[in-house]
Design a protein around this ligand. Structure first.
Ligand code: TZP
Ligand code: MG
Length: 236
């Protein structure tokens, strides 16, 4: 696994008309990189394999210029073809154990989880980080099975905190409906200890699609989000 990955402002891309519109994805991602996103996931549910690989190669070149890791959603084969830093796998994608066998220990493998049980299994199978959600209902992923809210997220984080060394060390990002208006509230609600003695595991970052990709100015929104995150405890 790559050490020292900064998950704090995690950009997940979208190529749909509703969010990207007629703009060029690589340009939008470059603007987000200039604004300070710390890790990028190329998520494209519709393009064919040839387009996925050629776009991923362009994104990887850009990300390398900024020294930022690029992960591919769903597709271990595309990540291998491009030689990027890893993959993000959902519950219906390749098993993490298989993906690890193919990609090796140096690559990042992330998993989508929406319950304690899914988190337990993903950690057991060797995920490097968990994308926990859906936090809030979002137009970006309408078929999501669970809207967990801050309480659901907190329950999963508490479980990870108490379930042993491996769980405690797994990195976590939340996803779903996070934007500049609510990001500090989310982080604050998670960070606020429930009792004076409890020190819950906190989130390592927030993953964002539409608030960045759909923004008129992805650079300024990313830099604003970066500022909001980095000035909130526990990031500050
Ligand atoms: N997984 C859970 S919610 C989601 C994904 C990929 C989409 C989040 O998009 P947005 O636009 O940041 O709400
Ligand atoms: Mg998937």
């Amino acid at each position: 696994m790559i050490s020292q990955v900064d998950y704090s402002l995690y950009l997940v891309t979208d190529s749909t008309e509703a969010i990207l519109g007629s703009r060029d994805l690589v340009e939008v991602v470059e603007q987000a990189l200039q604004g300070g996103v710390t890790i990028v996931q190329y998520r494209d549910k519709t393009s064919d394999t040839g387009v996925l690989i050629s776009t991923a190669k362009k994104l990887h070149e850009k990300c390398k210029q900024y020294n930022i890791p690029l992960l591919i959603n769903d597709r271990v084969d595309v990540a291998l073809a491009v030689g990027c830093e890893g993959v993000h796998l959902g519950q219906d994608d390749m098993n993490i154990v298989e993906a690890r066998r193919i990609l090796g220990d140096d690559k990042i493998i992330g998993a989508t989880v929406s319950s304690i049980e899914e988190a337990r299994i993903a950690v057991e199978r060797g995920a490097d980080y968990l994308g926990i959600g859906t936090l809030y209902a979002t137009q970006t992923k309408k078929n999501t099975k669970d809207i967990i809210g801050v309480n659901g997220l907190r329950n999963i984080l508490s479980y990870l905190d108490e379930a042993g060394e491996k769980s405690k060390n797994v990195k976590t990002v939340c996803i779903g409906g996070v934007n500049a208006s609510n990001v500090q509230r989310v982080i604050h609600q998670l960070y606020a200890p429930r009792s004076p003695s409890s020190k819950p595991k906190t989130i390592d970052g927030v993953a964002i699609v539409s608030a960045i990709v759909g923004a008129k100015d992805p650079k300024s929104v990313s830099s604003h989000l970066q500022h909001l995150i980095k000035s909130s405890p526990p990031f500050s």
